[in-house]
Design a binder for this molecule. Structure first.
Ligand SMILES: [Zn+2]
Length: 322
């Protein structure tokens, strides 16, 4: 449906398996959306051509001329040169030095903005999500890895150079766990869903009587990040220990982030957040107990993200000024 005279933004979430494309208004409401497969094995020119043509068609189908579109934002995995709109490197979609903004503009002739996807998700939660109305928020996504984004004074903070805000790669544990980035003991190696699943498998192998086995149908390949929480709920000591350890590591990480940024809120996204208050309640107790100056200073709360799998698209549209 056209909103005559009002500008809209296109928000694009470029993922490993799908590209989500939406048209959003100035209140960051999604007016229309669609999704296409990424097929990242193709030359990047083809992926970007599909993205641009689909976005143009979506605008036209909903009664918007190109002149109605104030710009398009793209959230991409990987290390992004946001000034030049270039994906410097992305392991997820196997892109190396791809001039995304320049290429996309061939098919969608509007201003194009490119940002890291976790940064977009952070902005999305501030614009229209769990941190709506906040000027300062730290976002962590707990999934395959641990991604992060920082919003300061309502804007994404990425330092002066590409590669910033990699909050999953702050030092956390002391067991010498090797992180995907090559360093030892990053937060990601302890607080990602991948790490929790790994720990649960190891725990199950050590304790054949644990409820963990029944909950994964006696097949460790079926282990997921929910099972340890379910086991803990059912009173299984292994499940309790896994959840307590996981929360302790995560709490240490977010307490550091609270001490550095002192944001209004810490927003947690990703699959593990389906646990809701089972996750945030103990984290908030830890924050109140361990945050620097907690008796006199503001202690940010940890809350669960609200935008779900639309966070990237909403935040990408948020890169455009409307
Ligand atoms: Zn790391």
């Amino acid at each position: 449906m056209s909103e005559t005279g009002k500008k809209v933004a296109v928000g694009i979430d470029l993922g490993g398996t799908a590209v989500k494309i939406g048209i959003l208004n100035a209140a960051y409401e999604i007016l229309a959306q669609t999704s296409i497969p990424t097929d990242a094995d193709r030359p990047y020119q083809e992926v970007i051509a599909d993205m641009g043509k689909t976005a143009s068609a979506l605008l036209a189908r909903n009664g918007f001329a190109v002149a109605d579109c104030a710009g398009a934002g793209v959230g991409s995995p990987g290390t992004i040169d946001s000034k030049n709109g270039v994906v410097l490197y992305s392991n997820n979609i196997r892109w190396d030095n791809v001039p995304l903004a320049k290429e996309l503009q061939k098919y969608l002739p509007v201003p194009i903005y490119v940002q890291n996807d976790a940064n977009c998700a952070a902005l999305g939660e501030v614009l229209r999500g769990a941190a709506k109305g906040c000027q300062n928020a730290v976002f962590l996504t707990l999934g395959t890895g641990v991604g992060g984004g920082i919003v300061i004074n309502g804007k994404i903070f990425e330092g002066g150079h590409p590669g910033g805000a990699e909050l999953g790669h702050i030092k956390c544990g002391a067991e010498g766990r090797r992180c995907t980035c090559g360093r030892a003991d990053c937060l990601e190696a302890y607080a990602s869903a991948t790490a929790l699943i790994h720990d649960a498998k190891e725990m199950a192998k050590q304790y054949p009587d644990s409820l963990l086995w029944a909950l994964c149908d006696h097949d460790l390949e079926k282990m997921n990040a929910k099972i340890p929480f379910d086991a803990a709920d059912a009173g299984d000591p292994c499940g309790r220990l896994l959840v307590d350890n996981y929360i302790q590591y995560l709490a240490d990480g977010i307490t550091d982030l609270a001490n550095i940024f002192r944001p209004d809120l810490i927003v947690l996204g990703g699959g593990v957040c389906a646990q809701g208050e089972k996750l945030t309640e103990p984290l908030n107790q830890h924050l109140r107990a361990n945050c620097f100056g907690s008796t006199v200073a503001y202690v940010p709360r940890a809350v669960v993200a609200k935008n779900g799998n639309q966070a990237g698209m909403i935040g990408a549209a948020g890169l455009v000024s409307l």
